[in-house]
Write a protein of this length. Structure first.
Ligand SMILES: [Zn+2]
Length: 604
């Protein structure tokens, strides 16, 4: 049984002004007495204290504090009860078992990865191990670790055109109860395949990805050094010895919104030096963009809630409606309650912005590291039912977008009348299949599908409840010569440059850009551009002698790849908030002018 010790500090019983967090490594889990716990929680969260994912109790606020933070709270006169002091996980489990012997129970990082490898070896047709950091990210974490995930599906070695589903956990490494959910889910899916009809249907019909530990550097640190550690382990480099970024405050979408993470590198909710600055978040962004998950669940602990939504940004009402309805189903399956997301900069918000609206953050259990027996009971009673509900839910509207003549898939934009995204979120069909997914409530929706070079197509689609409506779109050519610039924005700085409807007889060509423009689009005097140093330099650069199109950019002078050309993530980071105008120019033999596209603008 957990030995609790209580220390009463100070004697104030009123809510006092809360000074900013001085930061420092987490040392104690505490309860701070307050007659107005909601108000105190809000103040502490705004001042960088580690309270974000912890429940507010009757007459108190739970927090994890450093030695320095405890001293500040004491000096301010708060009554603080110590619940737990930080210690390595092994010692904690040993003390809980009565001393000395490490009990059978929670798996450390090496054991989790070994168990996943064993599952893949036991079920080779259904389960594959993938290193997400190598496959989708910068290669490894700061300390050089892989991020191990498993893919579970029939024909697992083939990328089938099936809905992709992601279950991830342990962004916050002290939440040791959460990786057990993913490993248990993998075991349940693989052992139940072929005998349990619901499991068999889920595995046959979807590509299921499970990532038990997204913060492996922190997870290792929790087991060896400090079991209350939350962040990753990359030094901040600020000279104060502060270490770590709260990975679930580091995602680009909403990173610098008012409800984003702390700007104090010492805080356990530190958002990082830049949006998407961490290897783990970069890996997840790459993962989201490569797989285009239709459903995504990010497990945390603790609160026994299903969290959802944007806390300080506008979400389209129909999307909010279906998100609430789906959250209620998950809450019913798990006996949890639906609650609003606490902060932006998390992976579920990034997923909402990039892929679909089916994205939830269950705060599981009532503690970071409850007894292992209790963890297993909650997985069986509450969390596997939640996971099976996720897998059983049908995507309301899906289909393929293709070229009406060639049948080739098109990465088209999808707009639904009455669904107004306001924060730069993208809704697209994705290559390689031209597949799109929309989470919409039951009803008749006017859907417009468009892509540069094609004529837009608008159709009314009747979306049914609790079923998948399939609507394919085949687009015909617009005939126009068009330049397409697209980006994920939000400071990540990736840019795709593509041309459509290239005039017949074109043998040479280039794109021309002007940067940081403030004029009306197309109002300049050089192909509609406002000439600047880069556009003039681009005109002076002679086209290469071969190839259909040559790209003139200031990023890689003298480098002219064939279309389409994608600038890598991060290359335009310094241009955040500025606008870039571009035109495409087609030339015939002997550089005869054949035409220019209309100018288009993109804002980073
Ligand atoms: Zn968490």
């Amino acid at each position: 049984m957990l030995r609790r010790f209580f220390v009463v500090l100070g004697c104030a019983t009123v809510l006092l002004g809360q000074p900013p967090s001085p930061g420092g490594p987490p040392s104690y889990r505490v309860e701070i007495a307050s007659a107005s716990p909601d108000a105190l929680h809000a103040i502490m969260e705004s001042r960088g204290y580690d309270v974000s994912c912890l429940a507010i109790g009757p007459g108190f606020v739970r927090a994890v504090v450093s030695v320095a933070e405890l001293a500040v709270l004491e000096a301010a006169g708060h009554r603080v009860t110590l619940v737990e002091a930080a210690q390595p996980m092994w010692a904690k489990l040993a003390s809980r078992s009565g001393g000395g012997v490490v009990p059978t129970g929670y798996r450390d990082l090496a054991t989790i990865n070994a168990d996943l490898a064993t599952l893949a070896a036991t079920y080779p047709g259904l389960c594959q191990v993938v290193d997400a950091a190598a496959e989708y990210g910068p290669g490894a974490t700061f300390e050089g670790r892989s991020i191990t995930v498993v893919k579970i599906s029939d024909n697992v070695s083939i990328d089938e055109d099936e809905p992709e589903v992601l279950f991830v956990s342990a962004h916050h490494c002290r939440e040791v109860v959460t990786p057990e959910i993913g490993v248990s889910l993998a075991e349940a899916l693989l052992s139940g395949y072929g005998t349990d009809p619901a499991i068999t249907a889920a595995v046959d019909g979807q590509e299921i990805w499970i990532a038990p530990v997204w913060n492996p550097d922190g997870y290792e640190y929790v087991w060896t050094t400090n079991n209350l550690w939350r962040k990753n382990r990359k030094p901040s480099g600020n000279g104060n010895g502060d270490v770590g970024v709260d990975l679930n405050r580091n995602y680009p979408f909403g990173w610098d919104y008012t409800c984003g993470g702390s700007t104090n590198p010492g805080s356990q909710t530190y958002r990082g030096i830049a949006a998407g600055s961490e290897e783990e978040t970069q890996t997840m962004v790459g993962f989201l963009r490569a797989r285009h998950f239709t459903k995504m669940i990010d497990f945390h602990s603790f609160a026994e809630q299903v969290r959802r939504g944007y806390p300080c940004a506008a979400m389209p009402t129909p999307v909010d409606d279906i998100s609430l309805a789906e959250a209620a189903l998950l809450a019913a399956a798990s006996s949890y309650v639906v609650a609003p997301s606490c902060c932006l900069g998390g992976d579920i918000h990034q997923h909402m912005a990039e892929n679909t609206a089916y994205t939830f953050l269950p705060e599981t259990h009532t503690s970071f590291q409850p007894s292992y027996v209790s963890a297993l009971t909650e997985i069986q009673t509450n969390l596997l039912p939640l996971c099976m509900t996720v897998l059983a839910r049908p995507v309301p509207l899906t289909g393929l977008v293709t070229d009406a003549t060639s049948g080739a898939p098109i990465a088209a934009s999808i707009d639904v009348d009455g669904v107004v995204w306001q924060n730069g979120e993208r809704r697209r069909a994705h290559l390689p299949n031209g597949r799109y997914n929309q989470w919409l409530p039951e009803g008749a929706w006017s859907v417009t599908v468009d892509a540069p070079g094609y004529a837009p197509l608008t159709r009314t689609v009747n979306v049914a409840a609790n079923a998948t409506t399939v609507e394919h779109f085949a687009l015909g050519p617009s005939g126009a010569f068009e330049l397409e610039l697209s980006t994920y924005g939000w400071g990540v700085g990736d840019l795709l440059i593509d041309l459509h409807g290239i005039p017949p007889g074109t043998t040479e060509g280039f794109t021309l850009f002007s940067f940081a423009t403030t004029q009306t689009v197309g109002a300049g005097n050089l192909f509609g551009l406002q000439p600047d140093f880069y556009t003039l330099q681009g005109l002076l650069s002679p086209p290469a002698p071969t190839g259909l199109f040559h790209w003139v950019t200031p990023f890689l002078p003298g480098f002219f790849p064939a279309a389409p050309f994608s600038l890598p993530a991060g290359s335009l980071e310094t241009l955040s908030g500025t606008s870039v105008d571009g035109v495409g120019i087609a030339l015939g033999p002997a550089f005869g002018f054949l035409g220019a596209t209309a100018p288009v603008r993109i804002t980073f």
